[in-house]
Design a protein around this ligand. Structure first.
Ligand code: GTR
Length: 448
C-alpha cells in the first residue's frame, strides 16, 4: 500500500503565524524556538499546497501547571473522547483473571513464562507474560498487544494456541480460523525477548483480536459488543469508543492484573505498540495515568503524526479503510482536518509529564515521519510547563540518531515495522528514566 506514496515529495512546513512557531524546509530541517506550535502550511501528496491551517495551541488559556492539571488537560481529553477515539467505560468492574500456566524454565532458563486468562465483560483475552528468570526485585514491564497471536512470538510449543479471528485484506471481512501450528514463532524477529529480559524488563502481551477482531463488524464479537449488551443497548452512540478505545482498555486491564503480580513493578509499566497498536498505546497512556511511560512505534495517522499535514494517510483514508477504529463523530473530519478542535501533538501532551517516545522509520511515508516528529515536538510546551525537559532539539535528527529527553524520538532507516533497533532505543530510554539494572542471566540448555 505504501508503494504509491513512495513518490510523494517530502512535505514542507513553513512558518505562517505566531509568536513562537515552527519553520521547516525538508525533512531534516526543522527549526525555530518552540514553546508553542502556532501555524503550519503543508505541502502534501504531489507537492501541491493542500492547506494553510493554524495548529491548535496546546496551551490555549493555560498559563501555568495548575491550570493544565485542573482544567486544560481535562478539556483536551474530553475533545479527543467526544470527537475521535470515543468514550470508553471506566475501570471495569466486570473484569476477572486467572493464571493458567507458569513455566519457570522458559527461553532456555532465561525466563519465567506465565499464561493468564483475562475476562473483560466476559470476553476471554489471553495474556502471555515473560519475566527475567533471575531478577531479585520486581521488574518494569512492557505492556503491548500483538498482531499474530501469542504463539507467533516464539516457537515454544507450550505457548497455547487458539482459533483466532483473521481479516481478509481485500474484502476487510473477518473469519475465525486455526489454530494454525505453522504460524508458531512467525513474528519472532519483532520480539527480541532475550534482549529485553536480559536488560531487566518483563513483557506482557495479548492478541488485539481477542479484545476486538479488527474489521468493521468485529466489535460485535469483542468487548464493545459484550459491554453494549450488558448496558442493555443495541447500537453504539456517535461518541462511544471505537476499536482503538477497546484495545487501549485492554492494555489497562492487563495492567490491573500486573498490579497483582509481585514479580512486576507496576509503577514502571510501559504502554507500547506498533502502528495501529502504537495509536492504541498513546490513547491508553492518555487515559490511564498508571502507565509510567508510553512508546509509539510508527504510529502515523491517528497516532503521533499531525493530521493537518495530510501527508501519507489522511483522516478520510483511515476512516474509509478502518471505519471501526475511531468513534462515528470522527468521520465528520474527513477532508476537513483543519476543523478538528485539536491535533495529535495534544494527544502526546496528555501523557506529560511522563516520558513518551515516538519512533519513526525513514521509508514509512504512509505514517508521515516528519508529522510524527512535529507531533512529538508540539507536545514540548506542556512538558516545559510541568518542569520537564521535552524533546530538547528543534531539528529532525539524522537517520538512526535517537534524540530527546522526556520526549524521545528517532527515525530509523527502513520501513514500517518494529525492529530490534527500535527495541534497543526504547530500552535505553526506559533505562534512563527508570534506572533499571540489567539482570544477570544464567545460561542453561534450551527448554524446547
Ligand atoms: C495501515 C494503516 C495505518 C497503520 C498500519 C498498521 O494499513 O493505514 O494507519 O496503522 O496499517 O497498523 O500496520
Amino acid at each position: 500500500m505504501q508503494g504509491k506514496y513512495q513518490m510523494m515529495r517530502q512535505a514542507r512546513i513553513v512558518l505562517v503565524a505566531g509568536v513562537i512557531s515552527i519553520a521547516a524546509g525538508t525533512q531534516g530541517e526543522v527549526s525555530g524556538a518552540l514553546t508553542g506550535l502556532v501555524g503550519v502550511v503543508t505541502q502534501g501528496q504531489g507537492g501541491e499546497k493542500v492547506s494553510a491551517n493554524s495548529l491548535p495551541n496546546v496551551l490555549e488559556n493555560c498559563p501555568d501547571a495548575a491550570t493544565w492539571r485542573n482544567q486544560r488537560r481535562g478539556e483536551l481529553l474530553n475533545l479527543f473522547q467526544s470527537r475521535m477515539y470515543g468514550r470508553s467505560p471506566g475501570a471495569s468492574t466486570n473484569f476477572q483473571f486467572e493464571v493458567t500456566d507458569v513455566d519457570t524454565n522458559a527461553l532456555g532458563g532465561k525466563a519465567i513464562r506465565k499464561q493468564v486468562l483475562l475476562r473483560m465483560f466476559g470476553v476471554p483475552v489471553h495474556l502471555l507474560v515473560y519475566l527475567p528468570a533471575h531478577a531479585t526485585n520486581p521488574v518494569p514491564v512492557f505492556v503491548i498487544e500483538n498482531f499474530g497471536g501469542n504463539h507467533s512470538l516464539e516457537p515454544d510449543p507450550r505457548i497455547k494456541i487458539y482459533e483466532r479471528w483473521t481479516v481478509d485484506r481485500k474484502t476487510l471481512t473477518g473469519k475465525i480460523s486455526g489454530p494454525d501450528e505453522s504460524t508458531r514463532g512467525k513474528a519472532s524477529k519483532d520480539w527480541p525477548l532475550e534482549m529485553i529480559l536480559s536488560r531487566g524488563y518483563a513483557v506482557a502481551t495479548m492478541p488485539r483480536e481477542d479484545i476486538e477482531p479488527d474489521f468493521a463488524d468485529g466489535w460485535i464479537h469483542g468487548i464493545r459488543g459484550a459491554w453494549l449488551k450488558q448496558s442493555g443497548r443495541t447500537t453504539l452512540a456517535p461518541d462511544d469508543w471505537g476499536a482503538i478505545g477497546a484495545w487501549a482498555f485492554g492494555l489497562s486491564r492487563a495492567l490491573d492484573y500486573l498490579e497483582t503480580d509481585s514479580s512486576i513493578d507496576a509503577k514502571r509499566a510501559i504502554a507500547i505498540g506498533h502502528s495501529r497498536l502504537g495509536k492504541t498505546a498513546l490513547w491508553a497512556g492518555a487515559l490511564d495515568e498508571r502507565f509510567a511511560m508510553v512508546i509509539a512505534n510508527n504510529s502515523g495517522e491517528g497516532g503521533a503524526a499531525l493530521a493537518r499535514r495530510r501527508s501519507g494517510e489522511t483522516t478520510a483514508l483511515i476512516n474509509k479503510t478502518f471505519p471501526h477504529w475511531f468513534c462515528a463523530n470522527f468521520k465528520q473530519y474527513n477532508d476537513r482536518e483543519d476543523k478538528l478542535p485539536f491535533d495529535q501533538h495534544e494527544l502526546i501532551a496528555l501523557i506529560a509529564p511522563r516520558p513518551v517516545y515516538v519512533g519513526s522509520a525513514k521509508d514509512d511515508l504512509w505514517a508521515d515521519p516528519l508529522g510524527e516528529f512535529l507531533g512529538a515536538k508540539g507536545a514540548e510546551p506542556v512538558y516545559l510547563l510541568l518542569g520537564k525537559p521535552g524533546l530538547g532539539v528543534d531539528k529532525m535528527p539524522a537517520e538512526n540518531h535517537p534524540v530527546g529527553e522526556t520526549i524521545g524520538y528517532h527515525i530509523r532507516s527502513g520501513g514500517h515495522s518494529i525492529t530490534p533497533y527500535d527495541w534497543k532505543q526504547y530500552l535505553n530510554f526506559a533505562d534512563r528514566h527508570f534506572k533499571a539494572s540489567p539482570v544477570n542471566q544464567v545460561a542453561s540448555s534450551p527448554s524446547h
